[in-house]
Design a protein around this ligand. Structure first.
Ligand code: PSU
Ligand code: MN
Length: 310
């Protein structure tokens, strides 16, 4: 492990013993929700992972150290300090060298998890190719990270604030395996369906774990995406949420929101215009993803290698 990494003893022990560990991100805490929902969400994700017998490792940069497995107090800090900068791969070295705090995106959390040897990561949605990217070039660094870093990310697909077909094209070019957990369709975060298909539908945690394991044994060292639809009871009406998304995109355009501010702005707009409905859906899907990630991590740890010596 590098000198900037600090792994808490529980996570370290679990990793050494080959027990299931699931990483969680901090951008979702500082920039994905308001206080105190963000605190409740972060704590519940950890609890859900524990209920499945896995160890949660919420990851963030604390005074220049990459903390693998934040303490309760540190999680509270990220929840209360929404000004902590969003940290993607490109920001990591600068934030760490300056001894500052950083809230890790999906990209940075994958990077840090892989440094620590964590194979599974649960989140809400990944960043992707933004609508209009043909002009703006706004493509999330999350996709590039999936192209290069060996961590399996469990998410509810991507929001339709993004261009989902183009996001899937990018993932295909990057060689990222995309699984649908009990679905043949790529989920659209707030809704179970996006109109785009996934290539591989899996029915169980064991089946997903077997694919991750096979990829590892083949020495294919990039990311893998496991997409899980939001539970039916929590799904939002597609017409309703898409109307709100169109309005949020217009507001971003009118206010000339650009770069790393775009995704948090769109999320906040949706939270506001849906009067909290998007927040409730967002929480439900993150908890569901945390539970399924823990189940897959546990299944992975109980799989035997395909043949001796692997
Ligand atoms: N999608 C969500 N909630 C989030 C994010 C995405 O529903 O909090 C965050 C994640 O941390 C993701 C990041 O990695 O936004 C993507 O930002 P960008 O589009 O700037 O790459
Ligand atoms: Mn962007």
């Amino acid at each position: 492990m590098n000198a900037y990494l600090e792994c808490n003893p529980e996570v370290k022990e679990a990793l050494e013993a080959g027990k299931p560990v699931v990483a969680l991100e901090t951008t979702i805490i500082s920039h994905g929700f308001n206080y105190p929902e963000n605190l409740d969400c972060a704590q519940t994700c950890e609890r859900v992972i524990r209920e499945e017998g896995a160890v949660p490792a919420t990851i963030g940069i604390v005074r220049g150290k990459i903390k693998i497995g934040l303490s309760g107090e540190e999680i509270r800090y990220f929840a209360e300090h929404r000004e902590v900068p969003k940290c993607s791969r490109r920001d990591a070295a600068a934030i760490i060298a300056r001894g500052e705090y950083g809230a890790g995106t999906v990209a940075a959390t994958m990077l840090f998890a892989s440094m620590a040897g964590i194979r599974f990561f649960a989140t809400g949605g990944i960043g992707g190719v933004h609508r209009g990217a043909q002009q703006t070039f706004d493509i999330s660094a999350d996709l590039e990270e999936l192209a290069r870093t060996d961590v399996a990310v469990v998410c509810a697909g991507a929001k339709s604030i993004l261009d989902i077909p183009l996001t899937l094209e990018y993932l295909e070019t990057a060689g990222v395996t995309v699984l649908g957990f009990q679905t043949g369709e790529f989920p659209a975060f707030y809704t179970r369906k996006s109109g785009s298909t996934v290539d591989y539908r899996v029915e169980s945690a064991e089946e997903a774990a077997r694919i991750v394991k096979t990829k590892t044994e083949l020495g294919i060292q990039n990311g893998l995406l496991i997409t899980v639809p939001i539970p039916e009871k929590d799904e939002l009406n597609p017409v309703y949420i898409n109307d709100n998304i169109v309005r949020a995109l217009e507001a971003a355009e009118n206010q000339e929101i650009r770069g790393k501010a775009t995704t948090p702005f769109l999320l906040a707009e949706l939270h506001r215009t849906t009067g909290g409905k998007s927040v409730a859906a967002n929480k439900a899907l993150v908890f569901n993803n945390s539970r399924i990630a823990a189940k897959i991590a546990a299944a992975y740890c109980s799989l035997q290698p395909a043949s001796p010596g692997l």
